[in-house]
Design a protein around this ligand. Structure first.
Ligand SMILES: [Fe+2]
Length: 239
């Protein structure tokens, strides 16, 4: 099964080339300003992709998704908000929360409040999607500060999902294979919203993963398959 990981596509999705696959996972921030028209445009784009299953969560920019009626605009996609779904025998749980850091959507204070959110991740979860990273894993802000959530890191260590996909910290795009969990920061938008970072493709080989980032040129031709930290594609000057 080919799993294509996206996150933080904000308003740059039109320039992002998405590899085909079986299962598309999106780690939130479908919008830039949280408006319904942005959500609609992103939903239409996602519906047009070829993947049989498409699973999305909200992010801290997606204010409109805090309202039930906006979630209904995501027809044809599987929207998870502290919920699970099973695809191809893999149990997938999605959650939009991130530690409070200003006036944003789906915020919970670090400590007890956010711990309650992570307690909802069921034992036996195979693929975990959260908007924010766990502390210490692909969570480094450009300032050098680790922005991730320690309580999420603790819960992930307990649950030991096979794959943990997240976004939020744009400048830490990449992946790390841990002892039991493959962590993927799938942010497609760079720090400063200037460049596109490639989709990360995870092939589930029924017991292990193979991971790669597939980079395309501006005409959509495949350039190379590389560790994503080494490359990002300049879409156009001053983008
Ligand atoms: Fe973002």
């Amino acid at each position: 099964m080919r799993i294509v990981c996206l996150s933080d596509t904000h308003d740059v999705f039109r320039d992002l080339r998405v590899p085909d696959g079986d299962l598309l996972l999106h780690g939130g921030d479908l919008s830039r300003k949280g408006r319904v028209d942005e959500l609609l445009a992103s939903a239409e784009w996602l519906r047009g992709l070829s993947h049989r299953h498409k699973i999305v969560i909200g992010g801290n920019h997606d204010f409109c998704l805090e309202q039930q009626d906006a979630r209904e605009l995501l027809s044809g996609l599987t929207y998870l908000q502290d919920q699970s779904v099973e695809v191809g025998g893999l149990r997938i749980f999605g959650s939009p929360w991130s530690p409070a850091h200003g006036v944003w959507a789906f915020q919970a204070e670090r400590g007890e409040a956010i711990r309650r959110r992570w307690d909802a991740i069921p034992e036996g979860t195979d693929l975990l999607i959260t908007h924010g990273p766990p502390r210490g894993i692909l969570d480094r802000h450009v300032s050098g500060v680790h922005l991730g959530c320690q309580d999420l890191a603790d819960r992930v260590a307990q649950i030991a999902p096979k794959l943990h996909l997240f976004g939020h910290v744009h400048e830490s795009h990449g992946w790390i294979q841990g002892e039991s969990t493959l962590s993927v920061n799938a942010c497609n938008c760079s720090y400063g919203y200037k460049r596109i970072q490639p989709a990360i493709v995870v092939d589930w080989l029924g017991g292990r993963f193979q991971v790669q980032a597939i980079v395309y040129d501006l005409q959509g031709a495949e350039l190379t398959r590389v560790a994503p930290r080494m490359v990002s594609v300049n879409m156009e000057p001053g983008y």
